[in-house]
Design a protein around this ligand. Structure first.
Ligand code: SF4
Length: 187
């Protein structure tokens, strides 16, 4: 399982590929050392699912582990409604949907379908505003785009030069421990 990519890191990779390297280096340390308020809030909303404290109805699969051999991905879904064949990813706040978040939802979709589940609808659910945002099922071109992205992720070398964006660094949870920047975290 070592070569599997965690679905939860796909959005972080787009934000900054170096953050994946830092995540792997610091993954065994106390998250309180670097987690800022937005990450903590998002984590708590996901823990509600992980500990099955949400409404655990008969037609829902909650927090189920998924994997894809085709893309070497593993992770967990948030909610799959078996009666509606609908996969939902919950977010506390969604002022904008980033491509990385869509890739994460697609990744869950590819895993589920490879595992034999029928998925006909995708959506985000914004907890803070109690609204559902439908997302189209990826078409053939989008699946190729996704495969290319996974390949880039897999081949990233942290010792290679990359463009550091100070604005991103100021909003990055690894800002205070990253050797690529002198910026201070805004949180
Ligand atoms: S602090 Fe900046 S360079 Fe370092 S991981 Fe975060 S975004 Fe990337």
């Amino acid at each position: 399982m070592e070569n599997y990519i965690s679905i939860s890191t796909l959005n972080d990779y787009i934000f900054c590929p170096y953050s994946i390297y830092l995540h792997n280096v610091y993954m065994d340390t106390d998250e309180g050392l670097y987690h800022a308020a937005p990450q903590t809030r998002g984590k708590i909303s996901h823990e509600a699912i992980d500990t099955k404290r949400t409404n655990n109805r008969r037609n829902c699969l909650l927090s189920m582990p998924v994997y894809s051999r085709k893309y070497n991905l593993m992770g967990k879904i948030d909610i799959y409604r078996t009666d509606e064949k609908r996969l939902v990813e919950r977010k506390y706040k969604l002022t904008k949907i980033f491509q990385g978040q869509i890739y994460q939802l697609w990744a869950q979709y590819f895993c589920l379908t490879e595992m034999g589940y029928s998925v006909e609808r995708l959506a985000f659910y914004e907890i803070s505003r109690n609204r559902t945002i439908p997302i189209p099922i990826p078409n053939r071109n989008e699946e190729l785009q996704f495969a290319h992205f996974i390949e880039k992720f897999r081949n990233f070398n942290p010792s290679e030069n990359f463009i550091v964006n100070p604005n991103k660094c100021r909003h990055c949870i690894y800002c205070n421990i990253c050797d690529k920047t002198e910026e201070d975290n805004v949180y």
